[in-house]
Write a protein that binds this ligand. Structure first.
Ligand code: SF4
Length: 647
């Protein structure tokens, strides 16, 4: 977060903190001052009791510091980061009565803001495979608008207008009062020529009137329309003016709304029906905390448990860690890398036990490549991948059938004309599908080489599940957008469209890399003219086009490692990798490309504690979270993977 944003947040929070402190503490915390020694230092640990997204750490810190400037506040996560139950959010140390007096107020701010960020993230994730952006509204808690809207941004949403004065919204009452849309807009523009203007329309007739206005409006709001009408509205507008859907937007319905093709969806519930994120603070004397952490060091601290098992098993165990893993997990990886490097490592490993600290498809890949007798484990079986889950075997088989029928009409077939390629971020069953249909697997590090190979086999490629990697790689090979076809699961393309496509792209996206936007690039270039922008090819094509460079995580690492002192970077990939680069290269300025650094929630699920559990089980001769693959799937998936590794 830049200093200006931070200062604006703290300025808005300051009077609210004063009110809250006066309301809760007033002349003093009667219980704490009566029961605690004011000279004794206490250590408070704020932890998450449920899964969610954190927002408001600077405000919580300001509360503690307002109550007692002697309190030190250390954030253990960043705003915008997802946390799992039990995860440490912050540590606070200070005089006991002050800590306890500030606790409730600080947590009230932090829990409310984190609640907003959490629900926003769930809406943003639901539409992340579409082009729609989630917006907030003015339905905020009176006085809390800056805080509420900040939390929306931390959740991955965008702010709508802040107030009535920074954007004009011509609504039904204005239209009826002025005597029509055109007249209302004319008057509004005459009074405030510099302000953006949005018009609310209730039906398609009003939409046509709004679209006819010159110069075009900045946005049109479709008020409470059903899905069919919204689809029609998108077709009528044909991109002339961005469309916003509003009214009756629920979590269950938001994806259907986004699929109509609207550009924005505003959701009042983000801020008007806040459910606070469950966080708690546990207190202990500082000395006791030190003693406890010392004893944990020698007893049940996850790091110690991991070390003990690593020493005991020696070469019988290898731990692989993906770059997006937490620091306290990656610290124990024998090898760290991206998908390609780790799949090679998995294939070469001789250890009896391979523990994969990454998401499920990575552990599956290791299990497919494992030698006889080798066993593969993952610390959390539920650590999936948002992108991988956008494509199931059933849906891909169904699409293949449609492709086959379209080509059969010309006397050919899908098998004769199309090479299927799956990005390694996919289920084992899809790798097997590629093995069976003479295709292969690719990673972000070798996608161009694999695509070239695919075209040397057959004239067309079916690429899944990541549309952006497929499109970006095809662009590198000189293939134009007109030669690419984006698959639509609900409304498959026509046979004619299929027959004219060279590359058929599955519509999947990664919800981490999808979050980088052109405005992030423009803002950073304006602030740091010499900055180099480098992005992962899972980002949208417009981001790759705007960036100075693009490549896999390993490629990004190599570029930073080779750069001279003083180089400035803005990196468009998962934030743990960016943070690690910042720590390892203090001589360079390294920033996340996004103002809200995106962390992969799936990778977050792997913790030192669940890694230690898996290792403990191994030490006791038990098997916990072993990843196994059906023999038939393994056979064909291995063929696809070995084909890739041989190229
Ligand atoms: S960063 Fe994206 S592609 Fe990688 S594991 Fe997370 S969700 Fe999947």
């Amino acid at each position: 977060m830049d200093n200006k944003t931070l200062q604006a947040l703290l300025d808005a929070a300051a009077p609210l903190i004063e009110l809250a402190v006066a309301e809760d503490i007033g002349p003093g915390d009667a219980t704490s001052t009566a029961t605690l020694d004011p000279r004794a230092l206490l250590h408070g640990r704020i932890t998450a009791k449920e899964r969610g997204v954190i927002a408001g750490l600077p405000v919580a810190e300001a509360v503690f510091r307002r109550v007692d400037p002697a309190i030190t506040f250390t954030a253990r996560v960043a705003d915008g980061q997802e946390v799992v139950p039990g995860e440490i959010v912050a540590d606070v140390v200070g005089p006991g009565p002050s800590l306890l007096a500030a606790e409730r107020t600080a947590l009230n701010f932090l829990q409310r803001m984190s609640g907003i960020a959490t629900i926003t993230r769930s809406f943003a994730t639901a539409v992340s495979t579409t082009n729609a952006t989630i917006l907030d509204t003015r339905k905020t808690l009176p006085g809390y608008r800056v805080l509420d809207k900040y939390a929306v941004r931390m959740g991955g949403g965008m702010n709508h207008r802040m107030s009535l004065f920074d954007m004009m919204m011509v609504k039904d009452n204005h239209i009826d009062g002025a005597g029509g849309i055109a007249l209302a807009v004319e008057r509004a523009r005459a009074q405030h020529p510099g302000l953006p203007i949005e018009v609310e329309v209730r039906n398609l007739d009003e939409l046509r009137q709004a679209l006819a206005i010159e110069p075009p409006l900045d946005r049109i709001l479709l008020d409470n329309m059903d899905l069919d009408t919204m689809r029609e509205a998108v077709a009528i507008a044909a991109g002339r003016v961005p469309l916003e859907a509003s009214g009756n937007v629920t979590r269950a319905r938001v994806k259907d709304i986004a699929d109509t093709g609207v550009d924005f969806i505003s959701v009042g519930a983000l801020t008007h029906s806040v459910k606070a994120l469950d966080l708690s603070m546990k207190i202990q004397p500082v000395e006791a905390a030190a003693i406890e952490s010392l004893s944990r060091e020698t007893r049940d601290d996850p790091a110690t448990r991991i070390r003990v098992v690593k020493n005991a098993l020696g070469d019988r165990l290898v731990i692989l860690g993906h770059h997006y893993q937490r620091d306290d997990v990656i610290a124990f990886a024998d090898y760290r890398g991206d998908s390609l490097e780790l799949s090679r490592r998995a294939a070469q490993a001789d250890a009896e036990h391979i523990v994969f600290c990454g998401v499920h498809f990575m552990a599956e890949t290791a299990a497919i490549l494992a030698k006889p007798g080798q066993r593969v484990y993952i610390p959390d079986m539920d650590a999936g991948c948002f992108l991988a889950e956008t494509a199931s075997e059933h849906l891909v088989e169904e699409a293949w059938g449609i492709l086959d029928t379209a080509l059969a009409a010309t006397g050919s077939s899908a098998g004769a004309e199309i090479t299927p390629i799956t990005y390694v971020n996919s289920d084992a069953a899809l790798k097997a599908f590629c093995g069976q249909h003479n295709g292969t697997v690719c990673t972000s590090g070798n996608a161009d080489k694999i695509l070239k190979w695919a075209f040397s086999q057959r004239p067309r490629v079916f690429f899944f599940p990541d549309q952006h990697l497929g499109r970006n790689t095809a662009h590198k090979l000189g293939i134009a957008d007109d030669d690419m076809l984006l698959w639509n699961v609900r409304r498959p393309p026509s046979a004619e469209a299929i027959r004219s496509a060279k590359v058929i792209l599955w519509p999947g996206v990664c919800n981490v890399h999808q979050r980088f936007r052109p405005e992030h690039v423009h803002a950073l270039r304006a602030r740091y003219p010499a900055i180099r922008i480098i992005v992962h090819p899972e980002c949208k094509a417009e981001m790759v086009a705007l960036a100075d460079d693009a490549g896999s995580t390993s490629y990004i690492l190599k570029q930073v490692e080779a750069a001279p002192t003083g180089t400035q970077w803005a990196i468009g990939t998962e934030s743990r990798l960016v943070q690690r680069l910042q720590a390892e290269h203090p001589d360079q300025r390294i920033l996340s490309l996004s103002d809200v650094p995106p962390f992969c929630a799936n990778m977050t699920q792997i913790t030192a504690a669940n890694l230690a559990d898996v290792l403990d089980a191994l030490l006791h001769g038990e098997s916990l979270n072993e990843v196994t693959i059906e023999p038939e799937i393994r056979h064909w998936a291995k063929i696809a993977l070995e084909r890739m590794l041989a190229l």
